[in-house]
Design a protein around this ligand. Structure first.
Ligand code: MN
Length: 428
């Protein structure tokens, strides 16, 4: 578990003025990694977000900054695969160099680029993608809507449920999402094929795997925390009508693999250290986790105090409007370490750059649904927007924005930056 150090000091300020702004997602205490292109350049560069700027790490490396050579490369996975002690050293080095009064300021100022001028990509090559179902309030509500007779399956509190997703359609924030064509049935017997009528988003947290494990060698729960590198926000776009028709008896397929959006900045495990808290306490009567999923340290600090939000902007709105807010700390039934330990418990090998989705992180209240399916009770009760519009599911032109941030009394607030995508009309 990363411990607190000088890089988390809430008093620390940067010579990059915008990093000291009260509401920035990227103060010097954050330092998330991403991959970007400069205008007119074909190559990818790795960067660190600081205020409204990107620090170009290839440039910083060329200027003599003692950062690992992998950061001058084009794929963050080469850095993510390294020993976490190197991640820690790099963070300390970057934090010192970006701190007010650093002698590195003149050289690094030449390596800054406004984020508005950077084209963000995926942070790394993603070899595998698994989507879990750790949001217990979502699991209960969504299951009730799909199967009213069986709200929560008996395995739920024993097994961190997941399915293997598709990597090729994972896209960076800002990529438009075309309404998918698909097969669905209004009477449950006769299918039709056409544009999905029930397009939805899902508010999830994405976990990037750092060090992988060899095939056949499970990662013990006590070490699982060292195998994830950082978090992003993840929108698991979902076609509910397609999902209902196709998911019997197997899990999601075309209802979900047409697009998955992620926020571009990977917030590191170490940056999240001030916001760790106990894993949610299991309710009376809930089973204890099986031994391969239980670790005292993880129970004590496996939770993350991360506030999550969904915002919507319809074509008629000048600005986006917040639809809901939830908290990762009480939405997720399983910790990230439990996800990693369970995924590898059969010997399955996770690899650097693999992405794990947590599943939809709905809060316990009915206005905390992490998708429209829940907020509208399956489309029965529309969401009323401030401008008088209504939504049961997404319309063409709607822009969905996910936001996330961590804050606490003795820590500097850090944010994830937006994960956004606009719905394009279906191909005719
Ligand atoms: Mn999902």
């Amino acid at each position: 578990m990363p411990t607190l150090n000088a890089t988390h000091d809430p008093q620390r300020r940067s010579w990059v003025a915008s990093a000291n702004a009260e509401h920035t997602d990227f103060p010097i205490q954050n330092l998330p990694y991403g991959r970007f292109r400069r205008a007119g350049e074909a190559r990818w560069r790795l960067g660190v977000a600081i205020g409204d700027q990107v620090l170009d790490l290839a440039g910083a490396h060329a200027a003599g900054m003692p950062v690992h050579a992998s950061l001058a490369g084009e794929d963050l996975a080469d850095f993510m695969a390294l020993d976490p002690r190197l991640h820690h050293q790099t963070r300390a080095t970057l934090s010192e160099a970006l701190t007010e009064g650093s002698t590195w300021a003149p050289a690094l100022a030449a390596c800054l680029l406004p984020q508005s001028e950077a084209t963000m990509g995926l942070p790394c090559t993603i070899g595998g993608y698994t989507d879990f179902f750790t949001g217990i309030h979502h699991a209960r509500e969504a299951s009730r809507l799909f199967r009213p007779d069986a709200p929560l399956t008996p395995n739920y509190k024993h097994v961190p449920i997941a399915y293997h997703g598709r990597t090729s359609s994972i896209v960076p924030s800002g990529t438009p999402v075309r309404r998918p064509l698909g097969q669905f049935s209004t009477d449950g017997v006769t299918p039709a094929f056409g544009p999905s009528q029930r397009l939805d988003y899902e508010l999830e947290v994405g976990v990037f795997v750092g060090r992988g494990n060899a095939l056949g060698e499970p990662v013990p729960i006590a070490q699982a925390g060292e195998h994830w590198f950082g978090l992003v926000l993840l929108n698991d776009w979902s076609a509910r009508d397609v999902q209902l028709w196709e998911s019997q008896p197997l899990g999601p397929f075309l209802a979900k693999n047409f697009a998955t959006s992620i926020s571009p900045w990977v917030v590191t495990r170490e940056a999240l250290a001030p916001f760790r808290l106990a894993a949610p306490v299991r309710a009376d009567g809930d089973p204890a986790p099986l031994p391969h999923l239980h670790d005292a340290a993880d129970a004590q600090a496996g939770g993350i105090d991360l506030t999550l939000e969904v915002w919507l902007q319809t074509p008629q709105m000048a600005e986006s409007e917040r639809l809901m807010q939830s908290h990762f700390r009480d939405a997720a039934y399983w910790t990230v370490a439990q996800m990693v330990a369970h995924h590898t418990s059969n010997g399955c090998n996770l690899q650097v750059g693999d992405l794990l989705g947590t599943g939809t992180q709905s809060g316990p209240a009915s206005n905390q649904g992490g998708c429209l399916l829940e907020l509208t009770a399956g489309g029965a009760k529309p969401v009323h927007l401030a401008n008088g519009e209504q939504r049961r599911f997404l319309d063409d032109g709607d822009r969905v924005v996910l936001r996330g941030y961590c804050e606490g009394p003795s820590a500097r607030r850090i944010g994830f930056g937006d994960s956004e995508g606009r719905v394009l009309s279906a191909r005719s």
